[in-house]
Design a protein around this ligand. Structure first.
Ligand SMILES: C[S@@+](CC[C@H](N)C(=O)[O-])C[C@H]1O[C@@H](n2cnc3c(N)ncnc32)[C@H](O)[C@@H]1O
Length: 383
């Protein structure tokens, strides 16, 4: 049985009032309406068994002015990256003007891969490193490791920083979308590879495998960690970072029917439809997958990330403002595909997002989300 240790970083909740249950459902039904400006807030519309309010709830709740707010988030110009390149991996899917990874791939990825979304992901990286006091890894890897792989590297921002910090290590970042920059450290390269297919790296060839924010992209987490186990050298490390999709509060300021609370429910429900779960954190799939693959000395670190400018503590306030910036930058690029999968119209999605932005900016909702870093070692005697 693998040894397991846990450490937790606490962002100091504002009060000690009872916690908002992430699983509880809103139950009071209301008449659905297509009106965008009711005089009085209606009772919550009937929620599904998973607590997701129906899409029309948001258009029926929107106060005057919110539709303009929603419209203002429309139509950021998306650069046409396909203009001069004909490779099929660049033939992106589009949804309401946003681009998604290649239509020719078996993999199904839910977030946009355009510039606006990439910037949000880079902001997330900065926010996380701020929380980790600048650390890029928690696994006890040595400075002289030969080879490190970043699975689902995205814009490659972590891999670039890691390659700078480990100049003698060959670093490879893989992804299905070719959205990485070409000016990178000499010891870093990017490869197009679908992590749901058998990996192209040789058995026992890698000192360290890093994977971050693959939530909602994986059909079989055990299989993913099995592949990682295969390529890691005996004595080498795996490290995985995954957030909870639910935004909650400790003091009851996030209510079940708030747009903030609905975010996680929408993703959980959408993930079920896609067959790619968003409850990786709750279901502890990182630890379970590592254990099943054969990794040992499993350790984990919990992070509690505030959202919005509500924390009194200066450092947490900065982190909260960063989290808000990420959502201001591109909440749409995260939720559009998933809400569309649930049958929401674009208007419903935009009104919901406008309500979400209002709540977060108000600083009245002491929201945060949890995130877990799990790392483990392949036994020295297994090759
Ligand atoms: C939320 S982003 C995280 C990016 C990066 N790991 C980071 O932490 O900045 C998830 C990334 O996983 C990639 N991805 C999703 N499904 C994939 C698959 N089947 N194979 C390879 N990459 C995939 C997406 O293209 C996207 O770049």
């Amino acid at each position: 049985m693998a040894e397991q240790k846990t450490t937790t970083e606490q962002p100091a909740p504002a009060t000690d009032a009872p916690s908002t249950s992430a699983a509880a459902a809103a139950t009071t039904p209301a008449e659905p309406s297509t009106s965008t400006a009711p005089a009085e807030p209606a009772e919550p519309a009937a929620a599904s068994t998973t607590g997701v309010l129906p899409a029309e709830y948001w258009t029926s709740q929107a106060p005057p002015g919110v539709t303009e707010d929603a419209d203002s988030s429309l139509g950021t110009d998306v650069e046409s990256s396909t203009a001069s390149i004909t490779s099929s991996i660049l033939e992106y899917r589009t949804l309401y003007g946003r681009t998604y990874h290649s239509a020719h791939s078996n993999a199904q990825y839910w977030a946009s891969n355009d510039e606006r979304q990439s910037e949000a992901n880079d902001m997330l990286h900065h926010n996380l490193t701020l929380q980790l006091d600048g650390k890029l890894h928690l696994a006890p890897i040595k400075k002289d490791i030969k080879k490190a792989i970043d699975i689902g590297t995205g814009t490659g921002i972590w891999a670039i920083d890691f390659a700078d910090e480990f100049p003698d290590t060959q670093v490879i970042g893989t992804d299905i979308s070719p959205i990485q920059p070409s000016w990178v450290p000499p010891n870093l390269k990017f490869e197009i590879e679908d992590f749901t297919q058998p990996w192209t790296f040789a058995d026992n060839s890698v000192d360290y495998v890093h994977m971050r924010w693959l939530v909602g992209s994986v059909k079989d987490w055990n299989e993913l960690f099995k592949e990682a186990y295969r390529i890691v050298k005996p004595g080498g490390y795996i490290e995985s970072y995954e957030p909870d999709a639910f935004m909650i509060s400790d003091d009851g300021t996030v209510k079940e029917t708030d747009a903030i609370a609905q975010w996680g429910r929408i993703f959980a429900e959408g993930g079920k439809k896609l067959g790619q779960t968003f409850t990786v954190y709750t279901d502890e799939l990182q630890r379970k997958g590592m254990e099943a693959a054969g990794f040992v000395d499993i350790q984990q670190h919990e992070l509690k990330t505030p959202i919005g400018p509500w924390p009194k503590d200066e450092r947490l306030n900065e982190i909260g403002r960063f989290s808000q910036m990420v959502l201001d930058q591109d909440a749409e690029g995260y939720i559009l595909f998933i809400a569309n999968t649930l049958g929401w119209t674009r208007e419903e999605i935009l009104v919901y997002l406008a309500m979400l932005r209002r709540e977060i900016r108000s600083a009245k909702h002491h929201a945060y989300y949890l995130q877990r870093v799990v790392w483990a070692r392949k036994p020295e005697n297994d090759s």
